[in-house]
Design a protein around this ligand. Structure first.
Ligand code: PLP
Length: 372
């Protein structure tokens, strides 16, 4: 068997993620590997922490990248904060709320599931009723930006409900971070995880997380040992903690962190508000073009995500054939529907570096020709 070097095709990534990675970030990834305890690397880690604090709008001391994808960030939140017997309200209005519930179950917690239709945001009244019907709820968990449906839920209101009921808030910000407002400290979120492969436009495989002081205190005061060695925040804090006392925990993914550093720096240089405005601007352009073609968006404007557009597939269209024509003729990837929306929608991402006029025009032109 002859195996040669792998050279991926050049694609435009307009699916639900990973999104296009900017050449600046790819160049950072290719810089020489140095030791993960090298003073220069540690200096860069401090900068990553500061840049993440900026991106998340938080002063949380425990703000760091988990060396694994978004699902590991999710797991880091639940494995540290849920102990056997803990009651957790989990909001499910798409795929990822379901994954959160599965985490709670696996760590011995009791799931109180609040379900909403796919394509709808989390219903605050239902969450309020769940708090009223259950005493001693430890945490409320929800997905801020549901990638499977393109829906934004009201994070500020959900966090307030949790706080009023003495519960922690665990939020999934995998698709929201960098694309729409995320304000951890303003909203009072206790634990959050994100991913590098959506609006941060870095390669997949790293999950930024942040824990409030309240959450850190809960982890320190646990009755039982965190049942994951790798994700135990008590141990990782020795590596990502303050200043000089960096101790070996695991070998950091050195080059992937160069890439994250560069992508966060790009976000800082653009400015958060400007980045959110850019996502909204190109979403409006895409929407206008889709509607001019007779296509419609699934999600109501009031809670639609600009970075993840769910487009209703017109009757009689072979959706898989359209996607495969876009890929073969235009090297353009868009996403299929997931779960309850499989076969019903396409998911068009306008995320981070890929949220630009060129991509909007390419996608509209390619879709128009593929639909003929
Ligand atoms: N949460 C949301 C909202 C996501 O969109 C994703 C991935 O698409 C995840 C969690 C899981 O992230 P990963 O695939 O990086 O493990």
């Amino acid at each position: 068997m002859m195996i040669s070097s792998f050279h991926p095709p050049e694609r435009t990534l307009m699916g639900p993620g990973p999104s296009d990675v900017s050449p600046r970030v790819l160049a950072a990834l290719a810089r020489p590997t140095i030791g993960h305890l090298d003073p220069e690397f540690i200096r860069m880690m401090d900068e990553i922490k500061q840049l993440l604090q900026y991106a998340f709008n938080t002063q949380n001391e425990l703000t760091m990248p988990v060396s694994a994808p978004g699902s590991a960030g999710m797991e880091a939140c639940f494995v540290n904060l849920v102990e056997p017997g803990d009651k957790v309200i989990v909001c499910q209005n798409g795929v990822f709320g379901g994954r959160m519930a599965e985490n709670v179950r696996r760590f011995g917690g009791e799931v109180i599931l609040v379900e909403d239709e796919w394509g709808q945001p989390v219903d605050l009244n239902k969450v309020e009723s769940a708090f009223k019907a259950n005493n001693g709820v430890k945490a409320l968990a929800f997905v801020h930006a549901e990638t499977s449906t393109g829906v934004r839920s009201d994070a500020a209101a959900l966090a307030k409900l949790a706080r009023d009921n003495g519960a922690l808030t665990i939020m999934d910000a995998v698709t929201s971070l960098g694309g729409i407002e995320v304000d951890l400290d303003g909203w009072g979120i206790d634990a959050v995880y994100s991913g590098t492969q959506k609006c941060l436009s870095a390669p997949p495989g790293i999950s930024p997380v942040s824990f409030s002081e309240r959450a850190v205190a809960q982890v320190r005061d646990r009755q039982s040992t965190v049942p994951s060695w790798f994700l135990d925040k008590n141990l990782v804090m020795g590596y990502w903690g303050e200043g000089t006392k960096r101790a070996y925990h695991h070998t950091a993914p050195v080059n992937a962190l160069y890439a994250l550093h560069e992508s966060l720096l790009m976000l800082k240089q653009e400015g958060l508000e400007q980045a959110w405005a850019r996502h909204d601007h190109y979403h409006q352009a895409l929407k206008a073009g889709l509607e001019a073609m007779g296509l419609s968006l699934l999600v109501d404007e009031a809670y639609r995500l600009p970075q993840l557009n769910t487009v209703t597939i017109p009757d009689g269209v072979d959706e898989a054939r359209v996607r495969s024509r876009l890929l073969s003729q235009y090297s353009l990837e868009i996403g299929a529907g997931l779960g309850a929306l499989a076969g019903k929608v396409w998911r068009i991402g306008l995320m981070g570096h890929g949220c630009n006029s060129r991509n909007v025009l390419l996608c509209l032109g390619a879709l128009e020709s593929a639909l003929i």
